[in-house]
Design a protein around this ligand. Structure first.
Ligand SMILES: [Zn+2]
Length: 137
């Protein structure tokens, strides 16, 4: 049994609502009611205008690989047994970009492409939260 992945520690005022939503497999993001821009990662204020009036939304969980890299060896106990795995920036259709993993491919070296369509796949953790990862759509 591999060691658990590093987890957020609570209370965490900026991102706690995001992590609570992952328990229901909802991928959430924010928009600013003042300047209308999309905000991600979750925060209590808008990084574009400084406004504090943010609204939560559920993403449909579909996006496109912006870029990626393949980690061939990670000595951290939580990752040591994974073998090669893909770390990627995914552009969600709602207009935000997130750092994540691409899973559900036979060979991450050959089977991940910039521009490929992906959809969210949840990786439930023993702590109760779930990690949003992505697989080919
Ligand atoms: Zn704003």
């Amino acid at each position: 049994m591999p060691a658990p992945r590093p987890q957020p520690r609570f209370p965490e005022p900026d991102t706690q609502p995001f992590w609570e939503a992952t328990k229901e497999h909802r991928l959430t993001y924010q928009t600013c009611r003042t300047c209308s821009k999309v905000v991600f990662y979750p925060r209590r204020h808008c990084p574009h205008c400084g406004g504090r009036d943010l609204e939560w939304h559920d993403s449909k969980g579909f996006g496109t690989v912006y870029t990626y890299s393949v980690v061939r060896l990670n000595r951290h106990p939580a990752f040591a047994d994974l073998g090669p795995y893909a770390v990627a920036y995914v552009d969600l259709d709602e207009g935000f970009r997130m750092l994540t993993n691409i899973v559900g491919v036979a060979d991450p070296v050959k089977d991940v492409r910039i521009g490929m369509r992906v959809k969210v796949r949840w990786d439930d953790q023993e702590s109760g939260i779930s990690l949003p990862m992505f697989e080919p759509a």
